[in-house]
Design a protein around this ligand. Structure first.
Ligand SMILES: [Zn+2]
Length: 287
């Protein structure tokens, strides 16, 4: 299994990172977790055709985790020839409503796909690509899920648990992906909590939110619903994960001196392998 870190940042755009998005390559399948800013373009940067990604799991619906969803599903539809699998999108509510508001008959992008379906030049581009007319509108099999939801396929399973973040305004989930090559946990945005800890028990790799140094977060009042360096390290140690990958790293901690301090702090709490994620980084897991 290979994990592509497409987005390792936050809502603050920096030249190095912006938002959350990850893709797992499992056997021949591609499973995407979150679809933050520019995720579709970042897929192209790592050589993945959006039409090959059939599964998308949202941790929650903050824009730094989902704002590229319209771009992703429209690109996926536009670049298709009609024989691809429908996209399956899972996430806490309002995944279904959001999908419908984007591509339903009265959706925000209905004018776009109606034009592409009916305009002669667009039809020709579609036919030249190998498509057969008439062209159907984009279809996404969207499902609202809750903590405890389990999705099982031949090659992988995805389990969800509560992530303590922006409730009661947003339902928020963490995910665990289990495969023959090992297991990966995506904490999503969360404060350190037992539900994520239990989900992560014994996982090979955990990609954890890591906003800033904990003392900075407490001093600035930014600690509730968010995980800092010590919190990520403590969860990794208590869950006995094999490797901790720091993602969703804030703009301060992502400065060179911040990275150094973070890694030093983690090493005082957790003795496994630790990685400060850069965007476009690939993480390998082997059986
Ligand atoms: Zn969030």
């Amino acid at each position: 299994m290979k994990i592509h870190v497409l987005g390792s940042g936050t809502p603050t755009p920096t030249p190095e990172r912006f938002g959350s998005a990850f893709v797992a390559e499992v056997a021949e399948e591609l499973v995407m977790i979150d679809c933050g800013p520019a995720a579709t373009w970042k897929l192209a940067k790592v050589g993945i055709d959006p039409t090959a990604v059939d599964n998308l799991f949202f941790t929650h619906h903050h824009f730094d985790h989902d704002v590229d969803y319209p771009c992703f599903l429209l690109t996926r539809w536009d670049q298709s020839v009609g024989s691809e699998n429908d996209l399956r999108a899972y996430g806490p509510a309002p995944t279904v409503r959001l999908t419908d508001q984007l591509i339903g008959p009265d959706g925000a992008f209905a004018h776009d796909y109606n034009a592409r379906i009916n305009w002669k030049t667009s039809q020709q581009v579609f036919v030249n690509r190998g498509g057969v007319l008439p062209r159907r509108p984009p279809v996404v099999q969207a499902t609202d899920i809750e903590a405890g939801y389990v999705h099982e396929t031949t090659n992988w399973s995805m389990r969800s648990a509560v992530a303590q973040h922006a409730q009661p305004y947003l339902d928020c989930l963490a995910y665990r992906l289990d495969t023959a090559d090992g297991s990966v946990v995506f904490t999503g945005d969360t404060e350190p909590c037992d539900s994520v800890l239990q989900l992560a028990k014994g996982a090979d790799t955990m990609l954890s939110m890591c906003w800033d140094m904990d003392e900075e977060m407490e001093a600035s009042g930014e600690h509730q619903g968010q995980c800092g360096v010590s919190g990520a390290a403590r969860m990794a140690a208590e869950a006995e994960v094999g490797r901790l990958v720091l993602v969703h790293t804030g703009p301060d901690i992502s400065q060179p001196h911040g990275v150094e301090s973070a890694l030093e702090r983690v090493s005082q709490i957790y003795d496994g392998e630790v990685v400060f994620a850069d965007e476009f980084m690939q993480l390998e897991l082997e059986d």
